[in-house]
Design a protein around this ligand. Structure first.
Ligand code: ADP
Length: 246
């Protein structure tokens, strides 16, 4: 977003512009099962980011020639709404959205037991309603929950967040202005259960030592997000169980 760069992004007490500490995530709110017509869905707010994810499948793959004989075809579409950024964005898919769709799919695929559903497709749609930096990560976090909500067997949940460097300091979960004005941004996705990293990208430059610290910081952030993902899923199933029992 076209924000004017303030003089300082981090003050002398290590407080960031939005009041966070260096290793603090943005406030998060997650919900699952928010849409009636999809097989699975979830919604996330992470700071000013607002993102919806919906899943259809597993269902017979169309067009048929794309069907894979021994596993499901996992597809993903990341899309930013025209009103998601300060200046209206064209609703047509940009190169960035095509690339992010692939990156998000590849971050999620290791978690999904695609081999359970040969010749089918599992389609994940991500709609960014409001963007403020780190949307690929929030998209992975919320899409992973939508897959779980669709009842698709998974090895673990995937959580994602970035670490980076702003005004010479390592920080967690960069927002848009920190991403644009900072020296480095390192988005990372982490899969629970197998403790695997399923996405690692980097913009900018870090020393080898800083790189190691940033990876650890992002993994710690992902573990916190994973805690919230688990709580949200559990709360939904407790609510469903209570409804059934009534
Ligand atoms: P991510 O959202 O994963 O950090 P980028 O680094 O490409 O992905 O984008 C950073 C931020 O830049 C986005 O979250 C969004 O706030 C902003 N942005 C992306 N595309 C546009 C666009 N077309 N117009 C205005 N702002 C954009």
């Amino acid at each position: 977003m076209a924000q004017k760069k303030p003089e300082k992004l981090i003050d002398e007490k290590d407080v960031r512009l939005d009041g966070r500490g260096l290793k603090e995530l943005r406030p998060m709110k997650i919900e699952v099962g928010v849409l009636g017509n999809a097989d699975g869905s979830a919604y996330i707010e992470q700071g000013k980011n607002k993102i919806l994810a919906a899943v259809y499948g597993p269902k017979e793959a169309h067009p048929k020639h794309l069907a894979i004989p021994d596993r499901a075809l996992l597809r993903c579409r990341y899309h930013m709404a025209p009103f998601s950024v300060e200046e209206r964005k064209s609703p047509a898919p940009s190169r960035r959205e095509v690339e992010l769709s692939k990156v998000i799919r590849e971050a999620l695929e290791p978690a999904v037991f695609v081999e359970y559903y040969p010749r089918t497709s599992i389609d994940t749609f991500v709609e960014v309603l409001q963007a403020d930096g780190g949307t690929r990560c929030a998209a992975i976090t919320v899409a992973s929950l939508a897959l779980a909500d669709a009842g698709i067997p998974m090895r673990g949940l995937v959580a994602a967040c970035a670490a980076g460097k702003v005004e010479g300091r390592l920080v967690l979960d960069l927002d848009d202005i920190e991403d644009k004005e900072g020296e480095a941004d390192l988005p990372l996705a982490w899969m629970s259960h197998s403790n695997a990293i399923t996405l690692l990208q980097m913009d900018g430059s870090l020393t080898l030592d800083e790189f190691g610290q940033a990876v650890n910081m992002a993994v710690e952030g992902c573990k916190q997000i994973h805690g919230l993902q688990k709580e949200t899923l559990k709360a939904k199933y407790v609510a469903v169980k209570e409804e059934v029992e009534e």
